[in-house]
Design a protein around this ligand. Structure first.
Ligand code: FES
Length: 558
């Protein structure tokens, strides 16, 4: 039912069952929030979203109160502003004053709010708590001193990702965020997805950068410095800088990377195609052995860590193929090194990625060859733009440059691939099994039992392939329970830890839950126009020629 309410003396439309905050946002009225997350049940813990409702003595929180027909609301009355200021001053009283050195400086919700509410002095005294900063994780830093107890990190980790590595704990009078098992972050079950850093309004959770190592490499004239990246980073850079995620941006990013001091810049298109083809072959060999266990496509380092530690039964059914990023790194330290007559020891590879968990993955034994990491260092998208700023590179005034080619006749290297991995696997399977291209692949949201996954059923010859794309551990567990074994039916699950997959990884700039930014619709919109729909023929020729003896080592995990 739609009805009128008054907000700041103007009449606006509201619907029964809507929260006040939803109505305000839809009508372009902005009020601050600190604990609120889009699409999740409101926590109502920070109280910064308070508003005044005529006839009520108490101010009420807009995020968790339903709008009612009789309401006349004031969002910025003197009483509201005074109360918001007090709430914020209390939060700031216990917050370190190290903004100048903080990872979130200039991008901190608390800092922005202090400016917005014109907070100019400390009116409350600090408590003298001594917090220990946790730097044990390869990808993340946890500084409890900067935590404002909004609970966003805990909710993302528990309700969205489903890993539950952190929680809000109590010790006497004290309430604090800590790892659920009370161990350090590195031993907490955290999978390094970095979603906590995206929703944290301060820098209680932040990314751990490898600037020192990267800058040392960039200053070393004796080695060849190579950067490579996936197209996902372009989406976030485009959104952050208000540009188009198109081919021109890709060429500008190439130039910026070379200006940082890298000698070569590659994308991962070729490696992506090799991954898809190899994994399709793996599936075909399972069909030949009538092995109809659920097949899990490997791609996500955070998922691999979770499965390894918590779901051994599933872990054994995850494809042994490396991710495109790891395949590319293997190629750079073998094929490229051979071609350029370089020792792999004299090559430094830097992956620029949306994924924070890559920092964990690169140090795993299975990705180390002859005591050398295949990927030496990782830069997240956010860190990459910071480095660009540090080196004084003006992205708006830079001449576009081409991507380097691993194969001289690689026709896909100047393209942008936003992968739909499960879809590409089915296309490759169809081509391999029938010799014909698949004319249509439609992926549907499953409505039947409200599970959060995408679903497709494709018949190829006498076999049926059911493909599922799913995020969130709880969704995955429900899906696995739901799947039944049937003859000639092969179930393929692409699971990703981050909501919406790599494009919304922890190393990007925005989270849908805070910024309402839906990257997938941006990609879908763009893909209608200019992104490629490549075919796989030809790539195997390269594989056959080069991988004859060492295909397993280059394309598969140990
Ligand atoms: Fe409403 Fe925190 S945003 S209580």
């Amino acid at each position: 039912m739609v009805f009128d309410i008054k907000v700041n003396n103007k009449t606006i439309k509201a619907k029964r069952g809507e929260y006040i905050l939803t109505v305000l946002n839809r009508n372009g009225i902005k009020i601050p929030t600190l604990c609120y997350l889009n699409d999740l049940f409101p926590a109502g813990s920070c109280r910064i979203c308070i508003v005044e409702v005529e006839g009520k003595d108490e101010l009420i929180t807009a995020c968790d109160h339903f709008v009612e027909e009789w309401m006349s609301i004031k969002t910025h009355s003197p009483k509201v502003i005074k109360a918001r200021k007090t709430i914020l001053e209390l939060l700031i009283a216990n917050h370190p004053n190290d903004c100048l050195y903080c990872d979130k400086n200039g991008d901190c919700e608390l800092q922005n709010l202090a400016e917005e509410l014109n907070i100019t002095e400390h009116n409350f005294f600090k408590s003298n708590k001594n917090y220990k900063i946790d730097i044990t994780s390869p990808a993340l830093i946890f500084d409890p001193g900067k935590c404002i107890l909004c609970g966003r990190c805990v909710r993302i980790c528990n309700e969205v990702i489903g890993v539950s590595a952190i929680d809000i704990l109590k010790d006497g009078e004290n309430t604090f965020v800590a790892t659920t098992n009370k161990k350090d972050l590195n031993h907490s079950g955290c999978v390094n997805c970095g979603q906590c850093t995206l929703v944290c309004p301060t820098a209680a959770f932040s990314n751990k950068n490898q600037f020192g190592k990267i800058q040392t490499a960039l200053n070393n004239k004796e080695i060849c410095k190579i950067a490579f990246y996936s197209s996902d980073i372009l989406i976030s850079i485009a959104q952050k800088l208000n540009l188009n995620p198109d081919k021109k941006l890709k060429l500008i990013i190439n130039a910026a990377i070379r200006n940082l001091g890298f000698d070569k810049v590659f994308d991962i298109n070729l490696a992506y195609q090799l991954t898809v083809e190899e994994q399709a072959d793996e599936i075909i060999s399972k069909i030949n052995n009538s092995d109809n266990e659920i097949m899990f496509l490997s791609y996500c380092p955070a998922w691999m860590k979770y499965a390894e530690e918590n779901m051994q039964n599933v872990y054994k059914n995850i494809s042994s193929c490396k991710s495109p990023e790891q395949i590319m790194a293997s190629l750079l330290k073998t094929y490229f090194a051979d071609n350029q007559k370089l020792s792999p020891k004299n090559i430094h590879t830097t992956l620029i990625t949306s994924c924070t968990a890559s920092k964990y993955e690169i140090q795993k034994d299975e990705f180390i060859t002859d005591n050398q990491q295949n990927i030496d260092t990782v830069l997240t998208t956010k860190e990459f733009l910071k480095l660009i700023k540090l080196y004084g590179i003006d992205i708006n005034n830079i001449k576009p440059e081409n991507t380097d080619l691993l194969l001289n006749d690689d026709k896909n290297s100047d393209k942008i691939i936003f992968s739909n991995y499960a879809e590409d696997i089915i296309k490759a399977l169809h081509l391999k099994l029938t010799g014909e291209k698949l004319s249509e692949f439609k992926i549907n949201k499953n409505e039947k039992n409200k599970l959060q996954y995408l679903f497709n059923e494709t018949k190829i010859g006498k076999n049926t392939f059911r493909t599922f794309i799913v995020t969130g551990i709880d969704n995955l567990k429900n899906l696995i329970k739901d799947i039944k074994k049937e003859n000639n039916v092969y179930n393929i699950i692409e699971f990703m830890m981050c909501p919406n997959g790599c494009v919304e990884g922890g190393g990007q700039f925005f989270s849908y839950f805070v910024n309402s930014f839906d990257s997938s619709s941006m990609i879908i919109e763009k893909s209608k126009n200019e992104y490629i729909n490549y075919d796989f023929t030809g790539i195997h020729k390269f594989a056959e020629k080069y991988f004859e003896n060492n295909k397993k080592r280059l394309l598969h995990r140990k």
